[in-house]
Design a protein around this ligand. Structure first.
Ligand code: NAI
Length: 401
C-alpha cells in the first residue's frame, strides 16, 4: 500500500510553497460602491481590505501570514503565494499548484481541488480550510494521495448560527420588502403585513445538529417555538430535554412537520441535492427554507420552481454553487428570497479565530506535531471526521468555472 510509505508527522525540511487562495479586499469595495452610490458617500468607499487590517480573510491581509512568517523567522521554510486568481488555465492557482505543498483556501472564495487539480498538485501534502467546510476538496482523491485535509472546526459556528436566525426573521417578518419600501419612498403597510408573521409557535427544524445546528436551536429556544432536528447522531438526552426538541430519524419526517427548515449539515455525496424536487414537495405548503450550509445541498432549479409556484413562501441563505455565483444565477432574481453572498462565517470576529487556527495547523505541520483531532477531515488516507463520508462533492465542477 503506497500510503504506508507516507510519513505521518515527519517535520518538513527545505522551503515549502504555500498557496493561499482568498477573496480580494477590493471585491468588497465594488460591493460598497454599489450600496454607497445611492447615499452619495462615495469617497468613503475606499479599499476595505487595505483600510481594515482586521479583514484577515482577504488577499491584502493574507490571514496575517506574512507577519507571522517574519516574526517566526520562517522565510526560508515557507514561500507564500497569495492570490484570488483561481479561474482559467493561466490563473495563478493553476500555475502554482504543481509546486504547492500546502493549499489554504476558504469556503467564501473556494479553490476547488477536484480530480484534475489534485493530479496536477504533485507535491500537495496539506489542504487547509480557513473556516469550516471542506467540500471544495475531492476527499476521495485526497485519501488516495495521502493528502491531509484540515479545517478550523468551530471557528465561525456562532457567526453562522446568528446569520441563520437573522435570515429566518428576515423571511418570516417579511423584512426585505419592508426595507425596499423605505428606500423607494413608499408606505404601504398592508402590502407588507400580507406576508409578515411571528416566529412564536412555529415549528422549526434543523437538518443536522452539529456545532452550528445545535447553536441555532439554542438561539431559537427563547422565541417560544417548537423545535425539531434530524441528524445521523442523536444529541444527549439532557440536551434534547433542555431544548425540548423533537428528534426525527429522517429528513422526510422533519420537513413534513416544520414551518421553517434550516440546513446545517456538510456537503458530501449523501447530502448533495438532498433537497431535490421530491424532498421540497414534502415540505409544508407556505413553509420557509434557510440554507447557510452549502448551495449544492439544494437542487438549484427545483428550488426556483417551488418558490415560483408558491409552494415555498421564502428562501434565504448565503451559499451558492459554484462560488462566486454567476451574475445570472437564478437564485438572485427569484421572488421572495433574502439571500446574501457567502459571508456569514467571515465576520471580523470569525476571521480572527480562523486565521489563528490556520497558523496553528501550519505550525504543527512544519514541526511534525499531530493536529488537533477535531480539525482533521482526512488523515492518513481516510476520512476521519464522522460528519463526512468518503467521496467527491466537487464532481461536475471543472475547477475553472
Ligand atoms: P459539524 O461537523 O459540527 O456538524 C455537522 C453535523 O452534520 C454533524 O452532527 C453530522 O452528524 C451531521 N451530518 C453529516 N452528514 C449528515 C447526513 N447525511 N444526515 C444527517 N446529518 C448529517 O459542522 P458544523 O460546524 O455544524 O458545520 C456544518 C456545515 O455548515 C459545514 O460543513 C459547512 O458546510 C457549513 N458552514 C457554513 C458556513 C458559512 O459561512 N455559511 C461557515 C461554517 C460552516
Amino acid at each position: 500500500n503506497p500510503l504506508t510509505r507516507i510519513p505521518r508527522y515527519a517535520s518538513t525540511s527545505g522551503q515549502q510553497t504555500v498557496l493561499v487562495v482568498l477573496y480580494e479586499g477590493s471585491m468588497l469595495i465594488l460591493y460598497c460602491l454599489i450600496i454607497l452610490k445611492r447615499s452619495s458617500v462615495f469617497s468613503k468607499g475606499g479599499d476595505a481590505g487595505k483600510r481594515n487590517k482586521n479583514i484577515l480573510g482577504c488577499v491584502e491581509n493574507a490571514l496575517g501570514l506574512p507577519k507571522w512568517i517574519k516574526e517566526n523567522n520562517l522565510e526560508n521554510r515557507l514561500k507564500l503565494v497569495v492570490t484570488s486568481d483561481k479561474q482559467g488555465e493561466n490563473s495563478v492557482v493553476e500555475k502554482t499548484l504543481p509546486e504547492a505543498s500546502v493549499v489554504i483556501s476558504q469556503p467564501f472564495w473556494p479553490c476547488y481541488l477536484d480530480n484534475k487539480r489534485i493530479d496536477k498538485a504533485k507535491n500537495l501534502k496539506l489542504a487547509i480550510t480557513a473556516g469550516v467546510g471542506s467540500d471544495h476538496v475531492n476527499l476521495e482523491a485526497a485519501c488516495k494521495r495521502g493528502i491531509t485535509v484540515a479545517e478550523v472546526s468551530g471557528s465561525n459556528v456562532v457567526s453562522v448560527a446568528e446569520h441563520v436566525v437573522m435570515q429566518m426573521l428576515a423571511l418570516v417578518r417579511n423584512f426585505i420588502p419592508a426595507y425596499k419600501q423605505v428606500i423607494n419612498g413608499e408606505w404601504d403597510i398592508a402590502q407588507i403585513a400580507d406576508k409578515a408573521r411571528d416566529l412564536e409557535n412555529k415549528h422549526i427544524g434543523t437538518v443536522a445538529a452539529g456545532r452550528i445546528g445545535l447553536r441555532v436551536l439554542q438561539r431559537l429556544k427563547p422565541f417560544n417555538v417548537h423545535l425539531h432536528y434530524y441528524d445521523k447522531f442523536r444529541l444527549d438526552k439532557s440536551i434534547e430535554k433542555d431544548l425540548n426538541v423533537k428528534y426525527h430519524s429522517n429528513v422526510e419526517s422533519l420537513v413534513k412537520e416544520c414551518d421553517i427548515v434550516t440546513i446545517n449539515c456538510p456537503l458530501h455525496p449523501e447530502t448533495e441535492h438532498m433537497f431535490n424536487k421530491k424532498m421540497i414537495s414534502l415540505m409544508k405548503k407556505g413553509s420557509y427554507l434557510v440554507n447557510t450550509a452549502r448551495g449544492k445541498i439544494i437542487d438549484r432549479d427545483a428550488l426556483v420552481d417551488a418558490i415560483k409556484s408558491n409552494h415555498l413562501e421564502g428562501y434565504a441563505g448565503d451559499v451558492w454553487y459554484p462560488q462566486p455565483a454567476s451574475k445570472d444565477h437564478p437564485w438572485r432574481s427569484m421572488p421572495r428570497h433574502a439571500m446574501t453572498p457567502h459571508y456569514s462565517g467571515t465576520t471580523l470576529d470569525a476571521q480572527a479565530r480562523y486565521a489563528a487556527g490556520v497558523k496553528e495547523i501550519l505550525e504543527n505541520w512544519l514541526n511534525g506535531r499531530p493536529q488537533r483531532e477535531e480539525y482533521l477531515i482526512v488523515d492518513k488516507g481516510r476520512v476521519v471526521s464522522n460528519a463526512y463520508t468518503e467521496g467527491d462533492a466537487t464532481k461536475g465542477h471543472s475547477g475553472n468555472k
